[in-house]
Design a protein around this ligand. Structure first.
Ligand SMILES: NC(=O)c1ccc[n+]([C@@H]2O[C@H](COP(=O)([O-])OP(=O)(O)OC[C@H]3O[C@@H](n4cnc5c(N)ncnc54)[C@H](OP(=O)(O)O)[C@@H]3O)[C@@H](O)[C@H]2O)c1
Length: 323
């Protein structure tokens, strides 16, 4: 194995979840840059996507398997970067999952899994790359959070918790790492125009509730689902525009701790700063779609019909039954 070669002066950038969505947009943006050595990681099962997309490894682009929640894989990839190229200079914790469920619809293992992937895994990767960054007295940690990390959303309970937790750790780390010139940033996308919402995970109980108009939480899911889909379809931001923000953070001499990455992230961040908390929560509550119907067992027939029509889009209207 070749020894560390730092003389080339390349920055070693490790990106998690790089085979799709935001991670892929970032990889594509960075590949042409000759001052970077990219270690693009994805779950083993997803590595084939790189090839399908015509994205091949070369001297400066290395495709590696990494399930972020697997200790041995984390250690292996970080060790390789240290042994061959002198250590990770920029770590981008992008991989993430989102469970869509109210608290009552989550089993403890689902909560653990959400926290493991979005919170514990980035932390463990950071722990692995810090010793070499401290030795070099430079480095960058970029954690992809979310607007969900500054304002919690109903039906996304554990997702919000995981991103809030990531924000808390990043903030503490920002102070801890200043003496070693290691910059810590949290990039906060809001809604991105993409089909990532299709990747969100419903639990068995949240699925059942979504499908059952008589379930007490049905309206929560139904209305939030439509709201989020609408916002994502009409969002101004794209994975490419957020990737551009991340690159700016990578290259900025003195990057801020928090970086809102979409127009709605700026707006909500601003409202969160200027409005007293009780006012902020009250306004948001009243803005929730059809909030008067949430939890109401006597919902209008018209709304039930609407729900059934959306759930059975292929059926002619005459076949859509109202329970
Ligand atoms: N899209 C949005 O509107 C939005 C908004 C705010 C924040 N974010 C955040 O932005 C980041 C990227 O999201 P995205 O929109 O690009 O979502 P996405 O398209 O669903 O991509 C998520 C990525 O994470 C990877 N991943 C999931 N579990 C993993 C694991 N155990 N080990 C390794 N990789 C794993 C996925 O790999 P596989 O394909 O192999 O599963 C995928 O590459 C996430 O942290 C997300 O929370 C997204």
């Amino acid at each position: 194995m070749a020894g560390p070669n730092q003389s080339e002066n390349l920055q070693n950038v490790l990106i998690t979840g790089a085979s799709t969505g935001l991670g892929l947009a970032l990889a594509r943006r960075l590949i042409p840059h000759s001052d970077l050595r990219l270690i693009l990681t994805a779950r083993e099962a997803s590595l084939g996507r790189f090839e399908e997309l015509g994205l091949e490894g070369n001297e400066n682009v290395h495709l590696r398997p990494l399930r972020v929640n697997t200790d041995t894989e984390r250690r292996e990839v970080v060790r390789e970067v240290e042994d061959r190229w002198g250590g990770v200079d920029i770590l981008i914790n992008n991989a993430g999952v989102a469970y869509r469920a109210v608290l009552e619809h989550l089993k403890s293992e689902e909560i653990d899994r959400q926290m493991e992937i979005n919170f514990s895994a980035p932390l463990q990767l950071i722990r692995l790359v810090l010793p070499s960054m401290r030795r070099k007295k430079r480095g960058r940690i970029i954690n992809v959070s979310s607007v969900g990390g500054i304002m919690a959303m109903p039906t996304m309970t554990p997702y919000s918790a995981s991103k809030w937790a990531l924000e808390g750790v990043s903030e503490a780390l920002w102070y801890e790492m200043r003496p070693w010139n290691i910059h810590v940033s949290i990039v906060q996308p809001g809604f991105i125009r993409s089909n990532s919402f299709q990747n969100t995970r419903m639990t068995q109980a949240s699925k059942e509730s979504y499908d059952d108009v008589d379930n007490p939480y049905h309206a929560h899911y139904f209305h939030m689902d439509r709201l989020i889909s609408r916002f994502m379809n009409n969002a101004l931001a794209s994975p490419e525009s957020v990737a551009a923000k991340i690159e700016r953070v990578m290259r900025s001499k003195n990057p801020p701790l928090r970086v809102p990455a979409t127009p709605d992230a700026h707006l909500f961040g601003f409202l969160r700063r200027v409005l007293p908390r009780p006012v902020f929560h009250r306004i948001l509550y009243l803005c929730l779609p059809n909030i008067k119907e949430w939890g109401d067992p006597t919902i209008e027939t018209e709304y039930r019909e609407q729900t059934m029509a959306i759930r059975q889009p292929d059926k002619p209207e005459s076949e859509v039954t109202t329970p």
